[in-house]
Design a protein around this ligand. Structure first.
Ligand code: GDP
Length: 283
């Protein structure tokens, strides 16, 4: 399978993101906990240098907790602040407030020495498509916040959300582009829905996922679809079609529909917690 990504339309988003990043003290980088390496755009390290850095392992509810913790350690050792979150239900979000205060202590101290008092810390959220940036901003900012910026007399101001008296968050996230030279990374990004489906063959994708599950998560396909996992992948997909009554007009199995159903179940956590990447230092 040849997974391709066409960055043409990303150029504008990239330029905007680079402009915005100059305005902030803290970069909040959102990763998908199921694929923390593949869902990173390594360029962010260059773009975000000299900024405080916080990594959120989002969708922690969809990945194995033991491995989430291993990834947390992995990134902490590299010098990032790290928090595991579920942007959808808000788990971990309180901790983010605490860590932001900590991450920005240095900046506040620097300001204080220069005689600048009470200048709020400014932060922005960045990440590749579909990792949960908008969901996080909504959950994090909640309803209680007030929007600032775009005041009369201020032309073309940015919209900042005032979170509390010391932190402001840019209300739109910076979109990073998925990056991969390695096709395996491309496939993982397709698994989590960060690459548009039109550029992929859903059946091939489902077959790759079945392979992975057969090897690493035995019992999952049997439990959900009563599939015989010992068979070759094509047959497993047929079992899924059979179990979910995915049939074509002539009565044959609708394999493509079964494939789409499997991917949808995976993406929404209906197969249970499944991690696709494990750091090297874990058994
Ligand atoms: P964005 O493209 O990065 O802004 O991603 P969105 O905020 O639009 O989220 C993409 C999808 O992931 C949506 O269907 C969200 O409901 C879902 N989502 C976001 N965060 C979480 C999470 O922590 N857990 C789960 N289970 N789903 C999430």
């Amino acid at each position: 399978m040849n997974v391709q990504w066409y960055p043409g339309h990303m150029t504008k988003a990239k330029r905007m993101m680079e402009e915005d990043i100059r305005l902030v003290d803290l970069v909040i980088e959102i990763l998908d906990a199921r694929v923390p390496l593949s869902s990173r755009n390594p360029d962010i390290d260059r773009l975000g240098r000299q900024k405080a850095r916080l990594i959120l392992l989002n969708k922690a509810d969809l990945a194995e907790e033991r491995i989430n913790s291993a990834w947390e350690e992995y990134f902490k050792e590299k010098g990032y602040y790290v928090v595991k979150v579920n942007a959808k239900n808000g788990a971990g979000v309180k901790v983010v407030h605490k860590v932001i205060a900590e991450a920005c202590k240095e900046k506040i101290e620097r300001d204080r020495k220069r005689g600048i008092l009470n200048r709020p810390v400014r932060a922005m959220v960045v990440g590749i498509p579909n990792v949960g940036k908008s969901t996080f901003i909504n959950t994090f900012a909640g309803k209680a916040c007030t929007k600032t910026g775009n005041k009369p007399g201020v032309t073309k101001g940015k919209q900042w959300i005032r979170l509390n008296k010391s932190v402001e968050l840019l209300d739109t996230p910076g979109i990073l582009w998925p990056k991969f030279d390695d096709q395996e990374i491309g496939i993982r990004l397709a698994f989590i829905g960060s690459i548009k489906e039109e550029v992929l063959n859903i059946t091939e994708l489902a077959i790759k996922l079945i392979h992975y599950l057969q090897k690493n998560y035995q019992g999952v396909l049997k439990e959900r679809y009563q599939a015989d996992e010992e068979q070759e992948v094509g047959k497993v997909l047929e079992d899924i079609a059979k179990n979910r009554a995915c049939l074509l007009k002539g009565g044959e199995y609708d394999i493509e529909k079964a494939a789409a159903l499997l991917m949808d179940d995976f993406r929404n956590g209906r197969l249970g917690r499944i991690t696709l990447e494990v750091p090297e230092n874990i058994e």
